[in-house]
Every structure is written in C-alpha cells, then in structure tokens.
Design a protein around this ligand. Structure first.
Ligand code: 5GP
Ligand code: ZN
Length: 113
C-alpha cells in the first residue's frame, strides 16, 4: 500500500521519532504549525476516523494517552495543548492514515481557521 505513514513506520522514510511501542509511534511533524507539533499514529493502517470500528476503541484511547504523556514530557501540559484528528476534505486531512496532531507551545486561537 502506498501510504507515507506506513513507510515511516517501516523506517523506509526517516522521521524524528519521539515515542514508539507495540501499538503506535509518535514523531515530529515535518511542517510544524506550533513550537511542539507531534503526530501520534497507530501501527495499524486506518484511513480515517470513519474507518475505526469497535475493535479500535482501546487503540484510539491509547493514542490519546500517549499524546498527553508526550505533552507532559515536552512541558506543554500546564500551559495547554491541543489534540486534533482531521477527517476528510473540509478538515484538511491530507494523509489518509489516522494521526493525532499534538500541538502546543504557544497560544492558539479558537475557533480554528
Ligand atoms: P493532516 O493534514 O492529514 O491532518 O496532517 C498531515 C500532517 O502530516 C501534516 O501536518 C504534514 O506536515 C505531515 N506530514 C506529511 N508528510 C510527512 C512526512 O513525510 N514526515 C512527517 N514527519 N510529517 C509529514
Ligand atoms: Zn498507512
């Protein structure tokens, strides 16, 4: 399958990995939008949030816990951070392997642009 994040998981494309376990991997976004911008992805290829099933319930919870743990490690937990899961066109999803954006390190506006 021609998926850029599956290639990152297989180390065919290099990435600045910040965390890895049997279920997921976290690495720095190549085009950071905030001082801390890390992507947390499952090792299982799932195209969009719409393709998750009941069987993925624990997996998505794990991704959120990992993102928050990294937020603590990067010292953005107290100041605040955002976890984003873009889905399909209007949200700006460009890579169709689900990923949580962990964003922080500066004040962010709301609502998003
Ligand atoms: P989306 O727009 O799908 O929610 O987010 C995709 C993200 O993946 C973007 O923030 C983009 O910068 C990042 N990205 C795309 N290709 C690569 C890559 O090859 N390496 C890394 N580290 N990030 C990537
Ligand atoms: Zn993939």
């Amino acid at each position: 399958m021609d998926c850029i994040f599956c290639k990152i998981l297989k180390k065919e494309i290099p990435s600045k990995t910040v965390y890895e376990d049997e279920l997921c991997m976290a690495f720095e976004d190549i085009n950071p939008q905030t001082p801390v911008h890390i992507l947390v992805i499952p090792k299982k290829h799932i195209s969009t949030a719409l393709d998750m099933s009941e069987a993925d319930r624990e997996l998505i919870g794990h991704l959120v816990l990992v993102a928050s743990r990294i937020a603590r490690e990067k010292n953005i937990a107290e100041s605040g951070y955002r976890i984003v899961l873009n889905t399909n066109r209007d949200a700006g999803q460009t890579v169709f392997h689900i990923h949580l954006h962990l964003l922080g390190g500066r004040v962010m506006s709301w609502p998003p642009g």
